[in-house]
Design a binder for this molecule. Structure first.
Ligand code: ATP
Ligand code: MG
Length: 499
């Protein structure tokens, strides 16, 4: 039996049901019961189908299931043989979506069941609700029709599957965003929450990132394990979040790595500017306004705010207190209390709580990244495992990393000059940023050779400079050794004279 005639049959049976509803009152109760049970058998025999309708709006609010079904059927429409489709692109979507046109049918299969989806659109006048300025209102819905023996499976499993798949499709199609909290001056954003966003369109990927391939693979494996770790994290009772500390000299790719991670996982980025945060409660509010599947970034954490100094000073003060005045043990707790009273300030403990306090679990699947040029300047509590789970050193460019850059910038994998470049890389520390700058084609008519020669010159210059610096250092240390020797001799003679 074709599905079109099935739908027609369904509506005819519904019509008969309506007539029965009107005339049944004229029949005695026992007869009514018998007719009803007979009718049900009759209906199940000729029309053993169940229909579920999913409206775009329920009780005036948009229905999430409708949007998820819409996204899910978008992918099905392309694969199956529906002929009348619509293409649409919303503001926040990076690609257009295909959807069913009115009345068009899609057949889906799930666990042996055949499911027929249709899209309906009703237009009616707002005037019917008694208002003067009438406007046509559209009521959109999807219906799903299936054999009643699959009713439990459809409600229990299939619809859940559609919603989950739809959510993933929606997520993958959305435009990535980068948020900043540095917007206090701009009154326009005042009402729009604490974060201001723009589309994130950085082209960096792990393929274009120049670094030791083994290290890169380790990071990718770690990220995949994290993004698929929902069940694992809940099994071990840990909040589903992970911290990465990226450290290394300037221009070694820390910010580029953040962009590559965001593109790899398709996460949004929250670029947290600590200097714009007034106090601990402001930090907590910012955290509460971040979404799941996102990366919270604090760049140059050592320069953002004097969090480390405060703690170190405190420790020192405590030591002195203990030495000078052993009787007052309550000083430490007093200081802690005074820190708590400092409501107008952002403190280290506020930041530690932000990263892994109870509130940090208010969203799921979140990555926190700190970057720094000076790992040693950071308070150990801030970067201990659990807060910063993986410490990633972004180092100077070595030959393997150079090969990635040569491929990206010049489209070459080998070249006779590579050997010379390789031996220079063993002697010189140069950042990937400087290598990349030399490999940039600045002249349309110039070939890779010009760029490679530029790089060789830069490497040789860097080598010369490094040698000179080394010589200068040796000279200075020799001088200071001589001064030390001379002064000990002098002190010795003076002592003798004084005796
Ligand atoms: N490892 C790398 N792979 C590819 N490109 C790189 C790499 N490192 C640097 N670059 C290039 O150099 C530029 C500067 O890099 P980036 O901003 O990521 O450095 P950084 O480590 O964040 O520096 P800083 O410590 O000063 O913030 C980028 O535009 C990028 O194209
Ligand atoms: Mg940077």
């Amino acid at each position: 039996m074709g599905t079109i005639s099935l739908t027609e049959l369904g509506s005819k049976l519904a019509g008969l049901m309506f007539i029965w509803g009107t005339i049944q009152q004229f029949f005695p109760y026992t007869l009514r019961k018998r007719i009803k049970s007979f009718w049900q058998k009759f209906e199940n025999y000729f029309y053993p189908y169940v229909q579920i309708t999913i409206d775009e709006f329920t009780n005036g609010k948009s229905n999430d299931i409708y949007t998820q079904v819409h996204s899910y059927l978008g992918t099905k429409s392309i694969n199956k043989d529906a002929k009348y489709l619509k293409a649409e692109k919303s503001k926040n979507s990076k690609s257009f979506a295909v959807s069913l046109d009115e009345g068009e049918e899609i057949i889906d299969q799930f666990l042996g069941a055949k499911l027929s989806w249709r899209f309906y659109k009703e237009t009616f006048n707002e005037n019917s609700s008694g208002r003067n300025n009438s406007r046509p209102i559209e009521k959109k819905s999807y219906t799903i029709t299936f054999n009643q023996r699959y009713k439990e499976m459809v409600i229990g499993k299939y619809l859940k599957h559609v919603m989950e798949e739809g959510k993933v499709i929606e997520f993958n199609n959305r435009k990535q965003k980068i948020y900043t909290n540095n917007c206090s001056e701009d009154w326009y954003w005042y009402d729009k929450g604490m974060w201001r966003d723009i589309n994130f369109e950085h082209p960096a990927t792990f393929d274009t990132l120049a670094m030791d391939p083994k290290k890169k693979e380790e990071i990718v494996i770690d990220l995949v394990a994290f993004s698929k770790g929902k069940d694992y994290y809940s099994k071990v009772g840990k909040a589903w979040k992970r911290g990465y500390l990226l450290y290394g000299p300037p221009g070694t790719g820390k910010s580029t790595m953040i962009a590559a991670i965001a593109n790899f996982l398709n996460y949004d980025i929250y670029d947290l500017e600590l200097t714009s945060v007034k106090d601990n409660s402001g930090l907590k509010k910012l955290l509460m306004e971040t979404t799941s599947k996102s990366i919270i970034v604090i760049e140059d954490i050592d320069c953002s705010i004097d969090l480390t100094g405060k703690r170190k000073k405190k420790k020192k003060k405590n030591e002195e207190t203990v030495n000078e005045d052993q009787e007052d043990d309550s000083d430490l707790s007093k200081e802690k209390a005074s820190e708590n009273k400092e409501t107008g300030k952002l403190t280290l403990s506020g930041l530690l709580n932000f990263i892994d306090g109870i509130w940090s679990a208010c969203g799921q699947e979140r990555i926190i990244i700190f970057t720094t040029n000076h790992k040693d300047k950071l308070d150990p509590a801030l970067i201990r495992r659990g807060r910063m789970d993986m410490h990633i050193e972004m180092s100077y460019c070595k030959y393997e990393a150079f090969k990635v850059l040569a491929k990206n910038y010049l489209d070459i994998e080998t070249h006779p000059l590579f050997q010379q470049i390789q031996s220079l890389f063993e002697e010189v520390n140069i950042s990937p940023c400087d290598v990349a700058e030399n490999l940039m084609l600045k002249n349309a008519s110039g070939g890779p050779e010009i760029c490679l020669n530029n790089l060789i010159q830069a490497l040789e210059k860097a080598k010369e400079k490094a040698n000179k610096d080394k010589e200068d250092k040796e000279k200075t240390s020799l001088n200071s050794k001589n001064i030390k020797k001379f002064s000990t001799k002098l002190v010795g003679r003076l002592k003798k004279l004084l005796k």
